[in-house]
Design a protein around this ligand. Structure first.
Ligand code: NAD
Length: 312
């Protein structure tokens, strides 16, 4: 069983570290929040600070941090992980945070120059998937690094896909969540329009679930209360996947689209709509709250708040 350092024991990191402990690994964790360290100790792990102290002698170092800024500081900072790793160490480096592709590639290149294999391995599946150990990992990095990481990631997830070279995991995550953000808005708009036209939500669901409008946002995560019992719509949109995190991912996708010259007009509009929704105070609720928000929304006000795309 491996000695693992785990940096960032938040809503996702804590249950992921707990699953590594359950699989018999020795986990030393680090977080800025002392209550997170106590929780790790209660789960059978060891607490350490700063990150470099947690990484001493670790066969694998995993980070699960809020965004690219923290990820870059923890890996590349003067007192960061790369500076502290002894040359000749064989630690495998894995970042599971959702961050921008450019930072993922920059940090992986710095790791390679220092002689280390680094993978970007963002996840899908949310806190429920992290707790159940059923996350999907989208992994970018070398074949050798992926082969070394697979068993470790299997202790935290069910589907582990090697997406390509450095940054490919983040690219997959951003593209997938752009599809999800757009499709959730599409499904929500259809239910709002159906309501205005006197068509019941149950009937639209029954028809579209078996027609060409079928998609995951409709049949597995329906934003209208009723048709899909397990969906957040039936628990007053308690997350699930918070709207603020969807906005974060849509903005990362737009940043990547701008940098690469990709035309993503619906992605841009989805980001504008989720920004308006978050600014309206809905950021802590599940992202499927888009249906309720649009249903309450006066058409003219939305045109004013959410930008040119909404005017058409
Ligand atoms: P979180 O804010 O709950 O956890 C992040 C943790 O990192 C916090 O406990 C914080 O104290 C710690 N931290 C920040 N800076 C640090 C530093 N310099 N050193 C040590 N610890 C530090 O966030 P989360 O929900 O666990 O999400 C983590 C990542 O996973 C994010 O990139 C997020 O986008 C992604 N993600 C989240 C979900 C979800 O449903 N929550 C789903 C998929 C992906």
């Amino acid at each position: 069983m491996a000695k693992i350092a785990f940096i960032g024991l938040g809503n996702m990191g804590a249950p992921m570290a707990a699953n590594l402990l359950k699989a018999g690994h020795a986990v030393t964790g680090c977080d800025l929040d002392p209550s997170r360290l106590r929780a790790l100790e209660q789960a059978g792990g060891r607490a350490a600070a700063p990150p470099a102290a947690a990484s001493e002698g670790a066969e694998a170092i995993i980070t699960m941090l809020p965004a690219g800024e923290q990820m870059r500081a923890v890996w590349l900072g003067a007192a960061g992980l790369l500076a502290a790793l002894p040359s000749g160490a064989r630690s495998l480096l894995i970042d599971c945070s959702t961050i921008d592709v450019a930072t993922a590639r920059e940090v992986a290149a710095a790791a390679a120059r220092a002689g280390f294999d680094m993978l970007d391995a963002p996840v899908s599946g949310g806190t429920a998937g992290a707790e159940a150990g059923t996350l999907t990992f989208m992994v970018g990095g070398s074949d050798g690094g992926f082969a070394r990481a697979e068993t470790l990631l299997a202790a935290m997830g069910r589907t582990i896909v090697h997406a390509g070279g450095a940054g490919a995991g983040q690219a997959a995550k951003l593209c997938n969540n752009m599809i999800l953000g757009i499709s959730m808005l599409a499904v929500s708009e259809a239910f709002v329009l159906a309501g205005r036209l006197g068509l019941s939500a149950e009937k639209l669901f029954q028809i579209s679930a078996k027609s060409s409008g079928q998609c995951w946002s409709l049949t597995s995560y329906c934003p209208v209360p009723g048709p899909v019992p397990g969906a957040p719509a039936n628990r007053d949109y308690a997350p699930g996947f918070a709207a603020s995190l969807m906005l974060k991912d849509l903005l990362l996708a737009q940043e990547a689209a701008a940098a690469s010259g990709a035309a993503t007009p619906l992605g841009a509009q989805a980001a504008a709509l989720y920004r308006a929704l978050v600014e309206a105070g809905e950021g802590g609720r599940d992202f499927s709250v888009a249906y309720q928000w649009l249903d309450r929304m006066d058409r003219a006000r939305l045109l004013h708040e959410a930008g040119p795309g909404a005017r058409r």
